[in-house]
Design a protein around this ligand. Structure first.
Ligand code: MLT
Length: 267
């Protein structure tokens, strides 16, 4: 389905049982799209209304305008799009699950007083609250240059072994590569800049007043379990689950364990 909002045509999946217990909004990571949640959509749409958008510029949502508008693109831009989508769908309260960048966006929605009431519960998957280190910023700059000059394929080559645990590359690699390679280079470059510019949100964690689940992948090298431990420690009612044999894309790599943890938390 598509919604026209904030100057873009946003694609989203909206799947539901006939009598849903509540709403879950699934926010994908970078540089991916809503299909990273396909196992969760199958599982949770039997009892919840599940909304899974493609963020601005990603998947089937419209490409970024040139130059990127609004300029610069920020995590708050993505958050504002999600809030507009929920307004469009007349949804007043939802559980938010965010994978990595999706977690930054969920926290940004919580951070804004005006949109805080939307958030019923939070699930942070494979994410972190800290901003980029100087090394990460420099690496993003190098990656942006790589994508600008050589396109998305070498970027996908570089990212795949970082996104997935070694044992899951054969099973999940092709679909993740497809998501990365079909993302417009301009979207990747603008988002790398947005991620490098984001602020440290650790202080905000203490102000989170909704029940929160934190899920980590045991073998995540991008947001290692220590990042999730910090979130669970800082958030008052934070609960941590570390999933074995998973890298950065835990919902795709170990869907059964992920779904069980999420189900037990939401129940
Ligand atoms: C993601 O999966 O969304 C990215 O790893 C986020 C990031 O690079 O900070």
């Amino acid at each position: 389905m598509y919604a026209e909002l904030n100057g873009l045509r946003m694609f989203y999946e909206d799947r539901s049982s006939s009598d849903p217990t509540g709403v879950i909004v699934f926010l994908h990571g970078f540089p991916l799209d809503h299909s990273i949640w396909r196992h969760q959509l199958d599982y949770f749409s039997t009892s919840y209304r599940c909304i899974a958008p493609d963020l601005r510029g990603f998947g089937a949502s419209s490409e970024l305008k040139k130059p990127a508008e609004p300029t610069p693109l920020t995590v708050d831009t993505f958050a504002a799009d999600i809030v507009a989508l929920l307004e469009h769908l007349h949804i007043k309260s939802a559980n938010f699950v965010g994978l990595s960048m999706g977690g930054y966006i969920a926290l940004a929605i919580w951070r804004r007083l005006a949109t805080r009431k939307l958030v019923r519960r939070l699930i942070f998957s494979n994410t972190r609250a800290a901003g980029d280190t100087p090394e990460t910023k420099a690496n993003r700059k190098r990656q942006a240059e790589l994508v600008k000059t050589q396109g998305t394929r070498p970027y996908a080559d570089e990212m795949l072994p970082r996104l997935l645990a070694p044992e899951n590359i054969e099973r999940c690699g092709n679909e993740v590569r497809h998501m990365i390679e079909r993302t417009h280079p301009d979207t990747i470059v603008a988002t790398l800049e947005a991620l490098a510019a984001r602020k440290d949100m650790t202080d905000w964690l203490r102000r989170v007043q909704v029940k929160t689940l934190v899920i980590a992948g045991e073998k995540d090298v991008i947001s290692p379990p220590s990042d999730s431990e910090l979130i669970a420690r800082e958030v008052d009612s934070g609960k941590l689950v570390v999933i074995p044999n998973a890298g950065h894309l835990t919902p795709l790599e170990q869907p059964d364990a992920f779904n069980e943890a999420m189900y037990a938390f939401l129940r």
